[in-house]
Design a binder for this molecule. Structure first.
Ligand code: GPQ
Length: 829
């Protein structure tokens, strides 16, 4: 660093960033003219977005620097959040809010010839995630910064995020999402690089003292390069870091010898092989596919992150025993479980610690969050695959397992069944490594993400581990959402109305303050404004629907929305069968009966994994039904069915505030938590749902009279499935009629939907669509009835919002900090 005697010059010129409208304009024009080499003659909206983003980026990085210097100086315990997915969405509006300079930018852009909303809409989403798990990681980062926790995220810098979805002739088509053309929010750190090893062999030998050591030799090397993304907190100077790793051929690997020897192509193909590691996000949600490249991604990212974390710790010259007092690492599902093995390897093989001491440090450092009980989502890696790719790690895994099984054997002598049930190695053909078991054994705390889910993991998939370790190792941290993005940014008018009654925006930092609006439920003016805001949000969505699908939908109709990944367990098929039932019913009604109906717009959105045929069939059915219903002049505005393509974070910000009701209708016991349920209620929409995931806790908070619940309970699901198998299966009458309609080609060629129907009618109805159908359509009738009582509906909406304080990720982060991480906030002056 620079000697003290010269630092005055530095301080005199230290960057400040703009402070007001004039300053913003100056920075904007400067960036347009120099950084972007443009001028007032060719500054389109995209360039204006770039100029604005760069001006805000300067502000962010100044605060980022201060935060990092302060955190390094104070050197208290830090949190590292390891996630393969960060579904960040757009950054500019969030930066404007958190830096508190949105008005300066609005005025400045106005004077320069632009509308701020148009500029914000130019930004490409950062879509490095599939769905709920990735978006949760983004909300948690927002809250960690807002609450001043010294916390870093670690992930992968995919060149292609989740694919863009197009709907062509009613079918999903995937288009690559290349999003890095212009990304002002990342800072490449070409000085922060590390070589990561793959393949080769583990060689056993003895050192000069006769101690057995292992050397990992040979194989190939790929370089990891850090890219940093600043994460600003709201109403604080704290700006944390999200470090994303990008892969490239290590300088040794892009072989100049080969190159000079004329083997240009093979030199380039090495390069491409290395770059493939961080090229693309796997588009599966709640599904494990066991692909080698995915395992490479996992190790590459874990090893680079651990190298960085250990390096930072070693600079402080503390004893290794202090590591867990300085470092907490949270594993977002099992994807980063190799970090456990990697830390043990670093401590034993590289730092020379004894196994037991190293293992105490490892377990003290890690926490593991489970996000699913679905068997197809529980990660397993084949032993031969790991043996080949990570020869030393597989040895360490076997040793971890050996010591663990010895511990179990001591506690429960001669219980061979138990040993084979809890072994990290599944004795299948080929043998498999059970990653969740490894994550449990290597962590000091394991949590689920909603009460029901945390109970379920303790009584089903992990029950043996509760028996072995006792219940204290397991806990619950119910998910949340950040109110900055999901209330203030997505629904500014609602946020402003609330602020006008609560005397300011403190509720964005303490969401429990929302309870203060409950006393306005009888205030006619307030209710009227509340209702007008909802209508305005519906008009905005109707405009988007018109622009993107061509369909006109009436904003006075009941907007009924289901947006989330398409999955059989989330039961979009139940919804669309319900829509068909409604359609058939309307068709059979007299004009008099029709007059009493509440017009409905059904809105669907969500991506199917490219290889998930049943999910794709469901998308096709929704679009086929839409085509028939929306063009049926006999139906008119009574029913519309819309599929919004390419559902993502920025679309969610338009869709969610426009709901009257939204659907969270998973088979009970399958949705770990759900988080869009929270977003919808926070925006004044009511929900129809099953007693699953966080629906249960939402109901407890806002009370049962404000939720439309239906369907079988989680505790009865297994028995129902058994009864389908052995006692025979009769289809619900109304569902049978729906199937008849489909099978008589009402919605196009019935052959397309044959397997979807068969999975229910002939193959056991695993997701209990038929069992829940009657209860579902009856509850939808109650929704129709209640929606007509406009005043009561608005009162329910207001009351629900007032009671949503619990579901902020600020509360979530405080719980993790207190019960898992043992970290304290650190305020940056
Ligand atoms: N979740 Cl395992 C995902 O979005 N993807 C996954 O691969 C797994 C879980 C979700 C889960 O389905 C939701 O119920 C949760 O609300 C969400 O994680 C965050 O915990």
């Amino acid at each position: 660093s620079i000697p003290e005697s010269l630092r005055e010059t530095w301080r005199k010129h230290s960057a400040q960033g703009f402070v007001d409208k004039d300053g913003f304009e100056r920075e904007f024009v400067q960036h347009i003219e120099t950084t972007l080499a443009r001028s007032l003659y060719n500054c389109d909206e995209l360039a204006a977005y770039s100029g604005t983003a760069l001006a805000f980026r300067d502000k962010l990085i100044i605060e980022w620097n201060k935060t990092q210097q302060r955190q390094t100086f104070v050197d208290q315990k830090r949190v590292y959040y390891l996630s393969l997915e960060f579904l960040m969405g757009r950054a500019l509006d969030n930066a404007m809010l958190n830096i508190d300079k949105k008005e300066a930018a609005r005025d400045g852009l106005g004077e320069l010839g632009f509308r701020i909303e148009d500029i914000i809409n130019q930004e490409h989403d950062a879509a490095l995630g599939n769905g709920g798990l990735g978006r949760l990681a983004a909300c948690l980062l927002d809250s960690m910064a807002t609450l001043n926790y010294p916390a870093w995220g670690y992930g992968l810098r995919y060149r292609y995020g989740i694919f863009k979805q197009e709907i062509i002739d009613g079918y999903q088509v995937e288009v690559p999402d290349y999003w890095l053309d212009f990304n002002p929010w990342e800072f490449p750190r070409h000085d922060v690089t590390v070589d990561i090893q793959f393949y080769g062999q583990s060689i056993r030998h003895q050192d000069e003292n006769g101690k057995v050591k292992y050397d990992w030799v040979g194989g190939e090397i790929v370089q990891a390069v850090a890219y940093d993304v600043p994460i600003p907190g709201y109403g604080t100077k704290t700006t944390n870091n999200l470090r994303l790793w990008s892969s490239k051929a290590s300088s040794g690997e892009f072989d100049f010898q080969k190159f000079n020897a004329g083997e240009y192509e093979s030199a380039v193909s090495d390069q491409q092989r290395a770059e493939a590691i961080s090229a693309v996000l796997y588009p599966n949600d709640n599904l494990d596919r066991g692909k080698e490249l995915r395992l490479k991604q996992q190790y590459f990212w874990c090893a680079a992150s651990l190298w960085d974390i250990v390096r930072r710790f070693k600079k402080t010259k503390r004893a290794w025993s202090e590591f867990p007092e300085q470092v907490a690492i949270q594993l977002n599902d099992t994807h980063p479980t190799l970090a456990i093995v990697e830390l043990q390897r670093i401590l034993v093989d590289q730092e020379g610690l004894e196994w037991d001491e190293a293992w105490r440090i490892v377990v003290g450092t890690f926490g593991y969050t489970n996000h699913t009980v679905l068997p197809e989502a529980l990660e397993k890696w084949s032993v031969p695959l790991m043996q080949n790719l990570l020869p030393r790690h597989i040895q360490i895994i076997y040793d971890i397992n050996l010591f663990f099984l010895q511990y179990v054997e001591k506690k429960f002598p001669r219980d061979r069944d138990l040993l084979s049930q809890v072994s990290v190695i599944e004795e299948s053909q080929p043998k498999m490594v059970r990653m969740a078991y490894l994550a449990i054994i290597g962590s000091h705390k394991v949590n689920g993400v909603a009460e029901l889910h945390s109970d379920l993991i303790q009584t089903t998939i992990f029950k043996n581990f509760v028996k072995i370790y006792g219940p204290d190792k397991f806990t619950n941290v119910t998910n949340g959402i950040t109110p900055r993005r999901w209330l203030h940014q997505a629904n500014p008018r609602l946020s402003d109305l609330i602020a006008s009654k609560l005397g300011g925006y403190d509720f964005l930092k303490d969401l429990t303050l929302l309870s203060g609006i409950e006393r306005y439920v009888d205030d006619a003016d307030f209710c009227k404004e509340w209702s007008e805001i909802k209508t305005a949000n519906k008009v905005r969505l109707a405009r988007h629907i018109k622009e993107t699908t061509g369909y006109t939908v009436p904003p006075t109709a009941l907007f009924d929305i289901q947006v989330k990944r398409i999955h059989e367990y989330k039961r979009q098929q139940l919804n669309i069968f319900g829509v068909i039932h409604r359609y058939l019913k309307i068709k059979s009604m007299t004009p008099e009966e029709r007059k009493k109906l509440v017009p409905r717009v059904l809105i669907f959105g969500g991506k199917a994994a490219p290889g998930y045929w049943m999910a794709k069939t469901i998308i096709h059915l929704i679009n086929s039904v839409g085509k028939v219903v929306n063009n049926d002049s006999d139906i008119g505005d009574l029913l519309k069915v819309i599929f919004i393509e390419d559902y993502n974070v920025s679309k969610a910000e338009i869709i969610i505030p426009a709901s009257d009701i939204s659907e969270h209708i998973s088979t009970a016991g399958t949705e770990a938590s759900g988080t869009s349920n929270m977003k919808f209620v926070l925006n004044g929409g009511l929900i129809i749902g099953t007693l699953d995931g966080a629906n249960i806790e939402i109901t407890r908070e806002i009370t049962e009279s404000n939720v439309f619940l239906f369907g079988n309970l989680a505790e009865d699901v297994e028995e129902l499935r058994q009864s389908h198998r052995y006692a025979g299966f009769t289809l619900d009458d109304n569902l049978a009629k729906v199937f008849d309609a489909i099978q008589s080609n009402t919605f196009g060629d019935a052959g397309s939907f044959e397997h979807l129907i068969a999975s229910i009618a002939d193959h056991g109805d695993y997701y209990l669509v038929s069992d829940d159908f009657d209860s579902y359509i009856k509850t939808q009738e109650i929704v129709d009835r209640d929606f007509k009582k406009r005043d009561e509906w608005i009162a329910k909406s207001i009351t629900s919002v007032a009671r949503m304080g619990f579901f902020s990720t600020d509360r979530v982060i405080d719980e993790y900090a207190e019960s898992i991480w043992n970290v304290e906030p650190l305020v940056v002056e």
